[in-house]
Design a protein around this ligand. Structure first.
Ligand code: AMP
Length: 468
């Protein structure tokens, strides 16, 4: 047998799938920082955290986000519970017939005299629908209104991956459900996001706002827009042409260079708001001004999801290229009714955490990764027992400790301590243990001193207090 054939071939290794990534410890320190500031900031505005499931029935998203949206029609990860794609493909020959709004999926004669019933579920593409479902399911309308909720976690959309756009991405969002629709609520929600961004030191933050009217004035405007779009149809690309019928507002969202001039000349919703929507929009702007929040008005901000009305907003930040929206939000009175709940006012936002982090990193805001505080270099059986006890006490006092599992020569141990970025090496050999005097080496300057056990802990505590 040749040498090559005798060598066992290594199995192919795995990689994370396209659009999905690992966040490694040198990145997660910034993620944890961002999330801690979110918890702290939102709590100061009276919001409580809600943890929502990662998957729901597909029709919850279809009904709330809208069947004609890209998110529902193309981007959701949908599966059957119990998962049975193969059987279904076998029976149907194709998946084209899947009804995305169906609650269950029946395949006749799967087994003799038995129907196969599976629920159609999807990984959540966003969390507002789930928060509204939870509000209804847990009778939160009986709590003092409004109910102020926030969430954070992964969302899933099968979009084309690029910088700032992933298939598993993370959102930090909040919803105010119930109570009134006073413009001060809209303004305070925006104030909360801006406060959060300010505390993070996010740079180049710009708030864009718009009002997209309500069910009285929007349909008339949409018709007018449709008529105007028909007149300039030839100047539009295929996507926008299709949207003239399906969702003309989305044409305003288009980033296609060749369409920009035409879009700028289209009628603007702000000139077609009914009196109450115009008053409402004016008051939202006044409330923002009282809070010292700068904004620019953007008539093209219609948001991709169907359920918005009146106030919509988007926040952009620096360093993100074309995907520069870090936050999108708006009012969605009526969504809860659509989901079978009582008439309930609602407003919320979702921050794209991946993009927020990218922007912070681009402006050099990444906190240095925390190295170890103490590396314990020990030699000898007695020393190991002492080292284990020392590690326990130091960790209890809040220090990060590295305790090598096997004995190392002191030279090697000190090299390892250096590589790990430890501040101190605690040297425990036979002499130290029998004398009860431990050697502490400052790795930055190589100086060292001997301490009794209690003095050592006290010394480290003092040093930590001085440096924080
Ligand atoms: P939306 O839920 O579509 O209103 O999005 C709210 C925010 O989530 C956006 O402003 C983005 O910051 C972020 N976001 C949406 N889709 C993605 C994605 N595929 N990858 C990364 N961030 C996203």
């Amino acid at each position: 047998m040749s040498e090559g054939a005798a060598k066992k071939e290594r199995p192919r290794s795995f990689q994370a799938i396209r659009g999905v990534r690992d966040l490694l410890p040198d990145q997660t320190s910034l993620w944890n920082f961002v999330e801690r500031i979110a918890h702290e900031t939102f709590a100061t505005f009276g919001f409580g955290e809600i943890r929502l499931p990662l998957f729901e029935r597909t029709d919850l998203f279809a009904r709330s986000i809208g069947e004609d949206t890209d998110v529902v029609s193309k981007e959701m990860y949908t599966f059957l519970d119990p998962p049975a794609w193969l059987e279904i493909l076998e029976k149907l020959g194709t998946v084209k017939d899947v009804d995305r709004t169906a609650t269950t999926f029946t395949i006749k004669n799967h087994l003799p005299n038995e129907n196969f019933i599976a629920e159609v579920l999807s990984l959540r593409p966003e969390a507002t629908a789930s928060a509204c479902r939870a509000y209804i399911e847990h009778n939160m309308q009986q709590l003092p209104q409004p109910v102020k909720l926030y969430y954070m976690g992964p969302m899933f959309r099968r979009e084309r991956p690029q910088k700032g756009r992933y298939r598993q991405f993370y959102q930090i969002g909040a919803e105010v459900l119930g109570g009134s629709d006073a413009p001060a609520i809209d303004a305070e929600v925006i104030e909360m996001v801006m406060t959060f961004f300010d505390r993070l030191g996010l740079e180049g933050v710009q708030l864009h706002i718009n009002s997209i009217g309500d069910k009285n004035c929007r349909p008339k405007y949409v018709e007018l827009l449709r008529e105007e779009l028909q007149k300039v149809k030839d100047k539009l690309g295929p996507d926008s042409r299709r949207r003239i019928d399906t969702n003309p507002l989305r044409v305003l969202d288009s980033k296609l260079e060749s369409e920009q001039e035409t879009i700028e000349k289209l009628p603007r919703i702000t000139q077609h708001l009914c009196d109450s929507c115009r008053d409402n929009y004016d008051e939202v702007k006044r409330q923002l001004a009282i809070r010292g929040i700068n904004y620019s008005q953007n008539f093209r901000l219609v948001r991709g999801l169907d359920y918005y009305m009146r106030t919509t907003f988007e926040i952009t930040a620096k360093g993100l290229g074309s995907q520069n929206a870090v936050c999108g939000g708006g009012r969605y009175d009526g969504l809860l009714e659509l989901l079978g709940g009582p008439p309930t006012k609602g407003i919320g936002f979702a921050i794209g955490e991946d993009r927020l982090i990218l922007s912070l990193q681009e402006s050099g805001k990444a906190p240095a990764q925390q190295g170890r505080d103490v590396y314990i270099a020990w030699m000898g059986e007695r020393a190991q027992a002492t080292a284990i006890r020392a590690a326990k006490d130091l960790r209890k006092a809040g220090f990060s400790v590295e305790l090598p599992p096997v004995e190392q020569k002191f030279g090697k141990a000190l090299g390892q301590a250096d590589k790990l970025g430890a501040k101190y090496a605690l040297i425990l050999g036979d002499n130290e243990v029998s004398e009860g005097l431990w050697t502490l080496k400052m790795l930055a300057d190589g100086s060292q001193a001997k301490f009794t056990e209690p003095d050592l802990l006290e010394h480290l505590r003092k040093q930590k207090a001085l440096s924080s």
